[in-house]
Write a protein that binds this ligand. Structure first.
Ligand code: HEC
Ligand code: HEC
Length: 407
């Protein structure tokens, strides 16, 4: 087991440091070598329902996906015993009611480390060509999960140094041995870290959201969204506002991967949030894609997030620096954000690396309200309340208080 854990640690290090190929023009960067076309020749059957008009997610070559595995992953996702000191679970920062984000500007890890980035919504992560705001190398959910589990700078779940202790906790539990055995029927000793990571990823692949009012409208129910939202939709897809260039398609982002695409490709853009020093600078703590490419024009480039459920995932942007959707729209309207004082002062509108699609426009207050109505019609209430995605340990509050060891 030790050597496996060290193997995982090596992967985390690889996620954090190694540079990648030089990106091509236009905000595109190859996330990974094109996947072998034979992969799709015999795709692993997708065992969960998909919304109409959604493609089938692509699984990494060695991934397994069964209902039993995803159900085990659900328990682990919500279990604070998965952190070194028993205080934090994935769900601490990824809460269902907020489309699996956390409502904070930036979260704090289990041992008190402040994270530099805003916790992302996990809506439709199965379709991300790369995970996290700007890591072109975190191409699978399995790879991403190692960051919160083992990461030390900052510590999130703080598993490093407690690997065996946590496995012992799970093995001593009344229910986990049977859950692991059901999920890994061919494995004589299934309670181990690689299996935990597989199960978490399987649960995350179930976080599929495609039943918003906008979806019902697209399916022909003309009354599913308000007239204001219909006007907002026309604006969203207009060449004046240009939103759709980056937030397009079934997942409202052009950074998608799925079965049948000939290559797996992520995309990253600078939206002019900062312009420190007037030369394209971003705050020192976070340079976006540049951290992987060291190409100057990649400073401040991030993956366009899905806009599904965006009304419940405030605050916004990679650093949580915009509190409301109204303010997000004001920044796009201006064609970039003006930070008028402090260490990050600068006019993002003039950022030399900003995408030409963030050019600015002028809206009346009624048009602003229409666009907001459209964004709010992307909220999928059935996803936010789906009992099969909820905390399986949920019990009357009195029973939950007290020991974090209690499942
Ligand atoms: C302390 C808070 C915290 C905890 C605990 C945490 N996350 Fe996250 N999560 C974040 C933050 C912050 C980001 C954005 C990271 C970045 O861009 O560098 C993120 C990003 C992600 C993403 C990328 C989503 C996307 O659209 O790219 C996934 C997937 C994810 N987390 C899954 C998990 C899983 C699984 C666990 C438990 C093993 C977990 N997280 C634990 C805060 C947390
Ligand atoms: C050039 C590509 C591009 C265009 C055009 C674009 N966006 Fe974005 N959008 C992004 C990126 C990249 C981010 C994340 C930026 C960051 O965090 O620094 C983002 C973030 C957002 C967010 C915050 C999401 C979150 O979860 O934090 C909202 C809301 C949003 N965009 C709405 C819009 C709207 C509305 C338009 C049209 C007026 C638009 N975008 C046009 C690329 C784009």
């Amino acid at each position: 087991m030790r050597s496996l854990v060290f193997g995982l640690l090596g992967l985390v290090a690889a996620c954090g440091t190694a540079p990648i190929d030089t990106p091509v023009d236009g905000g595109l960067v190859d996330a990974a070598p094109p996947l072998d076309a034979s992969l799709d020749a015999a795709p692993v059957p997708w065992p969960f329902p998909l919304p109409p008009n959604f493609p089938t997610p692509r699984l990494p070559p060695d991934a397994v996906l069964t209902a039993e595995l995803a159900e085990l992953g659900r328990y682990l996702f919500y279990d604070v015993r998965l952190s070194g000191n028993g205080t934090q679970a994935c769900a601490s920062c990824h809460q269902q009611a907020r489309a699996f984000s956390d409502g904070l500007v930036t979260p704090t890890g289990s041992t008190g480390d402040r994270l530099r980035r805003n916790a992302m919504s996990l809506t439709n992560v199965a379709f991300n060509p790369s995970q996290t705001w700007a890591n072109p190398q975190a191409t699978t959910l399995e790879r991403q999960a190692l960051i919160p589990i083992l990461g030390k700078l900052p510590v999130e779940l703080g598993v490093a140094g407690h690997e065996q202790e946590i496995l012992d906790r799970l093995a001593a539990d009344a229910a986990y041995p049977a859950r692991f055995a059901r999920a890994f029927p061919d494995d004589a000793a299934p309670i181990g870290w690689p299996n935990i990571v597989s199960a978490l990823a399987a649960f995350e692949r179930r976080l599929i959201s495609g039943d918003a009012p906008v979806d019902r409208f697209r399916a022909g129910d003309t009354a599913a969204i308000s007239d204001a939202a219909k006007r907002g939709q026309a604006m969203f897809f207009s060449e004046t506002l240009e939103c759709h260039h980056c937030h397009n398609g079934f997942n409202f982002t052009i950074a998608v991967d799925h079965s049948g695409l000939s290559e797996q490709r992520s995309q990253f853009f600078n939206t002019g949030l900062y312009n420190v020093g007037g030369t394209g600078g971003y705050p020192a703590a976070d340079q976006g894609l540049w951290e992987f490419t060291f190409v100057d024009s990649d400073r401040g480039r991030y993956r366009p997030p899905t806009l599904r459920n965006v009304a419940v995932t405030a605050p916004y942007m990679h650093d949580g620096s915009i509190a409301t959707l109204e303010e997000v729209l004001a920044v796009y309207e201006r064609g970039g954000r003006l930070v008028d004082r402090g260490p990050h002062a600068g006019d993002g509108r003039a950022n030399p690396n900003k995408s030409p699609f963030v050019g600015g426009f002028t809206l009346t207050s009624e048009q602003r309200a229409d666009l907001l109505a459209y964004l709010r019609a992307l909220t999928d209430d059935s996803f936010l309340h789906d009992p099969t995605l909820s905390d399986p340990f949920a019990a009357p509050p009195a029973a939950r208080a007290g020991s974090p060891e209690r499942p």
